[in-house]
Each structure stands twice: as structure tokens, then as C-alpha cells.
Design a protein around this ligand. Structure first.
Ligand code: FE2
Length: 429
């Protein structure tokens, strides 16, 4: 009789291109990876069918307190960031803890079904009741057996601009929220934005916590809080523990300034998270033609050695009325917006929703190497580019050595004279 959470998954292809691989999982950990593995008698086998096996998807930027609230109390008519923030302000007094928990748990179900097993979510701390903080801390504990949830204390209305925000943020950290958030471009002046970055980075340094700020989510090329964030990271010795999210103003910046800024971000080892689905819709709203894309400079940051991840940011909320927790949809949009169409760049887009995001979250034991947690997803695709092209079906999702979700393969049945009876969209070689 084999031990619990022990099996051998036979014949998969790995994201690095190795084909015909077996993965031996023993007691919830990956014990061995290689071709035609010999395993002890009694270990059950699963047929990988030659499909792509990946470590699970990771979302480095989400708003779980707002998710699935689309239409409450009304929809965003203009589709802009500012109407979204105003709409969230209308919804906040109407929130109940039970409704927040129910929506978040429903989203976590969607996520697991899509092979998304780790999420960093921002949680608004500007409501003095801290209802959303308490709700998401409860959800974090509830989903811990099957999904890693990391919380960021996010002062949506500005940590200096909103009178109780800083005190609330500290209360949220005291309650167990993991990461210090911020929104410097939403403060009342550039100077106050820079001051907010200093205050929040010092708070994180004092408490030994990571930082993840919404930073320069604007079309204003002079919104340069990322420079302050990187400089504060170096000053306080926070290298590797700080993330700049969105950074959309970099799209509009002067090229000379950007050429000076990107090496500073690299030197500070600040992680960057772009949110392509959201920023391709929110940015450039005041442009006539040509309209700016608004996503930060992903290929240039990667070329400088910066760790860049892609986040989902929103699903069915005041800012975005689409989405399903599918990180391959995020990668698909990021690839298009950044024009990352070479084979290596498509692979980099797959990394941006898997291992790069895992590095942002600082996940321990992530990956498919021996010794890693047996968390993985089997995709109905032959390689990462095909997975992105098809937003491939998640045939199996494994967490801690247990299959936690299955989806039937996507195959269409045709009824055409003289044509094959079934068609799938993968490229069989
Ligand atoms: Fe966000």
C-alpha cells in the first residue's frame, strides 16, 4: 500500500521543453523527475498523455475584497479608473462580512479549477470597520489547505489623504495582514505621494514586512513615484522585498528618463507587476488618436534583469466586468500588449504568471524540482506558447499531492459530410 498523497504521473512535457518525463510524488512532495522512473510497488500511476505539466499559476496582484461584486450598486458607466474608485466608495458602506466571505470563497473555487493556487490580494483598509480585512483573514485561513492567500494592507483612498488610513493600516498589520501597500499617485500632491512612500517603506522596515504599492497607475509621464520607491528600497535595505504594481506611467515617460530609471529598479531588486487586462482598458482613456496602451515597459524591464510578473487585478468588480481567474488569459493579453511574440518572449509571458509571480510572493518550495511541494497543473497543450494560445484546459490540478480539480479535455464533435468526427486545437507532432 503506497503512502498517502503518493503517485507517479507518467509521460508529461515540462515547461522547459523536456518531453517523456515522469513525476514521482511521495507524501505530498516531488520525489523524482525523469524518463521512465522506477517507483516502489503499489504506487498508483496517472497517465499524463504527453501534455504540459506546469507548477501552478500564481497571481501577484488581485483585489479579492471587490471581486464578483459587478453591478453592486451599479455598473461603471465610463469604464475609467476614477469612476471605479468612486463606485467602490459607494459600495463600501453597503458591504457585509458574510457577503465578502461568500464572494471571495466563490472566486477561490474558480481559481483552483483554473490551476491558480496562490494569490496576493490587496485589501482596502480605509473602511474604519476593517470589515474586508477581517473577512479576507477568515478566507485566508479557510482556503489554506488548497490555496495560498497573501494579503496586502491597501489604503485605497491614500494613506495621507484619508485621515484614518495610516492608523487603520497599522491595525490591519496587527491583525496579521502580510504586506504593506500604498497608492502614492492618489495622494494630493507629488510631494505627499513621495512622503507616503517614505512613511510606508519605513513602516515595513520596522516590522520586517514586504512592500507592494500601486504605483504610478496613471498616464502622467511625470508620475515618478517608482523612482522614490526604488530609492527608499535601497536606503532601507529592502532589496528583493519590494514590489511596484502597475507602473503604467512608465509607458508615457521620456525615453532618456526611463533609461536612467530602469537600472535603478534593477539595482534595488524591486519586483514589477503589470496588469495587462486592466490597464489596456483603463489607460489612455483621455487620448484621442493614437491611443496609448498604458502597460509598463515589460520587455525592457526583463532585459535589465528585473523580475516582472503579470497580475489579474480585477474580476467582475467596479473596474472590470470580465475575467474568470484564468491566468493564461492574463498572459495572452500581456503578450499582445507588449508585442512579446517571439518563442522566447511567449515563454517569458508564461513565466510571468507562474515562476515570476511565485518570486514576487516569495513562495517556498515552488516548482517541479525534487523536494518542491507537489502542487501542479496538467494542461491540454504541448508547450507554454500553446497553453497561452488556447488558454488550455486544466486537465488536472494537484495540491499537496492530491488531485483537487479535473476538467474534461476540450474536444469539439463535428457533423460535416466527409470530415473527421472530432477536432481539437492542439498541434500534434
Ligand atoms: Fe490593483
Amino acid at each position: 500500500m503506497a503512502a498517502d498523497r503518493t503517485f507517479c504521473l507518467r509521460d508529461v512535457v515540462l515547461p522547459d521543453g523536456r518531453t517523456g518525463q515522469d513525476v514521482f510524488v511521495e507524501a505530498g512532495r516531488i520525489a523524482a523527475v525523469g524518463p521512465r522512473l522506477a517507483v516502489p510497488d503499489g504506487v498508483p500511476s496517472l497517465d499524463g498523455g504527453g501534455w504540459l505539466l506546469s507548477p501552478p499559476f500564481v497571481d501577484a496582484h488581485f483585489h479579492m475584497d471587490a471581486t464578483l461584486s459587478h453591478g453592486l450598486p451599479r455598473v461603471n458607466a465610463s469604464g475609467t479608473l476614477l469612476e471605479g474608485i468612486a463606485l467602490w466608495g459607494e459600495l463600501k458602506p453597503l458591504l457585509t462580512q458574510q457577503a465578502l466571505v461568500d464572494r471571495a470563497l466563490a472566486y477561490c473555487d474558480w481559481a483552483v479549477a483554473k490551476g491558480l493556487l496562490a494569490i496576493r490580494t490587496h485589501v482596502d483598509v480605509c473602511d474604519d470597520r476593517l470589515l474586508a480585512v477581517e473577512a479576507l483573514l477568515h478566507v485566508k485561513r479557510t482556503v489554506a489547505p488548497y490555496l495560498d492567500l497573501q494579503l496586502v494592507a491597501f489604503p485605497q483612498d491614500g494613506v495621507l489623504r484619508a485621515p484614518t488610513a495610516l492608523a487603520n493600516l497599522k491595525r490591519a498589520l496587527d491583525l496579521g495582514v502580510d504586506v504593506v501597500g500604498g497608492i502614492p499617485h492618489f495622494e494630493r500632491s507629488m510631494a505627499q505621494g513621495a512622503e507616503s512612500v517614505r512613511v510606508l517603506c519605513e513602516l515595513a522596515a520596522d516590522r520586517g514586512l514586504p512592500v507592494d504599492m500601486h504605483c504610478d497607475e496613471s498616464d502622467d509621464p511625470l508620475s515618478r513615484h517608482i523612482e522614490t520607491l526604488a530609492a527608499e528600497t535601497v536606503r532601507l535595505g529592502l532589496q528583493g522585498r519590494v514590489t511596484g504594481s502597475h507602473l503604467t506611467s512608465m509607458h508615457s515617460m521620456d525615453n532618456y528618463y526611463a533609461s536612467k530609471l530602469i537600472p535603478l529598479i534593477a539595482e534595488a531588486r524591486v519586483h514589477v507587476v503589470a496588469n495587462p487586462l486592466i490597464n489596456i482598458t483603463l489607460q489612455g482613456r483621455h487620448d484621442t488618436y493614437p491611443k496609448r496602451r498604458g502597460m509598463t515597459r515589460v520587455p525592457e524591464l526583463l532585459a535589465a534583469g528585473v523580475n516582472v510578473g503579470f497580475g489579474h487585478d480585477c474580476v467582475m468588480d467596479p473596474w472590470y466586468s470580465l475575467g474568470s481567474g484564468d491566468m493564461l488569459e492574463v498572459a495572452h493579453m500581456g503578450l499582445h500588449v507588449a508585442q512579446m511574440t517571439s518563442q522566447a518572449q511567449m515563454r517569458a509571458c508564461f513565466d510571468a504568471v507562474t515562476c515570476n509571480n511565485a518570486a514576487v510572493l516569495g513562495l517556498d518550495g515552488y516548482g517541479l524540482a525534487p523536494g518542491c511541494h507537489a502542487d501542479m497543473v496538467l494542461l491540454q497543450a504541448r508547450d507554454p506558447a500553446e497553453a497561452i494560445r488556447l488558454r488550455a484546459t486544466r486537465l488536472l490540478v494537484v495540491r499537496d499531492g492530491r488531485v483537487v480539480a479535473r476538467t474534461a479535455p476540450a474536444v469539439a464533435t463535428l457533423d460535416l459530410p466527409g470530415r473527421p468526427a472530432a477536432v481539437d486545437w492542439t498541434l500534434r507532432r
